[in-house]
Write a protein that binds this ligand. Sequence first.
Ligand code: GLN
Length: 304
Amino acid sequence: MNFKEIIQDTYQKVKNIEDRGQLATYIPELANVNSESFGVHISTIDKVSFGIGDCSERFSIQSIAKVLSLSLAYGILGEKIWDRLGVEPSGTAFNSLIQLEADNGIPRNPFINAGAIVISDILLSNLENPKEDFLAFVRNISNNLEINYSTKIAASEKTVGFRNTALCNFIKSLDNIQNNPSDVLNFYFDLCSIEMNCKELSELLLFLANNGARTFDNSQVVTKSQSKRINALMQTCGFYDESGEFAFKVGLPGKSGVGGGIIAIHPNQYAIAVWSPKLNKKGNSNKGMKFLEEFTTKSQLSIF
Ligand code: GLN
């Protein structure tokens, strides 16, 4: 498969479409990016590495970090983790409060904000130095010591995080948060603030295309079974109330973030990262979705 050619063609085609998406200005610092940025990078199991456009520029990965926090927490707790949260698509927005009461404070899945907040609580209870240990875990996956939090983005989100604060307090009132809500939220905002470029992101998430193991030394980041289940969750819940559409049009497990990044995984083949900061109404990168739809159409490869 000539991924390079397909990516080049698709990139040129999608670059010029009219993009009616909007930047995620609800976190003030996220508005400070060039809205026309557009980058793509693919990393494959058999060592193809190819990028185009703004693939070396770092951006805020936001909710893509939820895949990493789930991976770490799942490794620590194993299947017991599912006592604290579910594995069902939500059909609601990423920051929705609506289902939580009916579900007794058990978030539907780890990729909506409520679920990621519970995962943050689990990590706070189980890590000695949560902020440092989480970063060390992420850096270790791809042996990349340059990955870091952005204090600016985290501080910016902390000033406006009223909805996440409401979610966390509400879950606490239903007994599914063990730590102090402000500590949980500070940790959650920190992990959302991690910055990476498309190349780093595709290298990092390649373990999910490789049965949970790092490709360069085959050491397991999560077990094979956990890797399959994380992919299943990305497939069914990775794009909130647009997860069905992503499965329908792209046909790969994936995860988006409001910084405009998307990561998609083809098990046993590749991880591809796309970044374009203008978001559609569901909070997913507009061009990123279009690029991946065209890419899997042209390559005729999806998991279906
Ligand atoms: N930090 C963001 C928030 O909690 C993450 C949302 C996202 O990327 N979908 O609102």
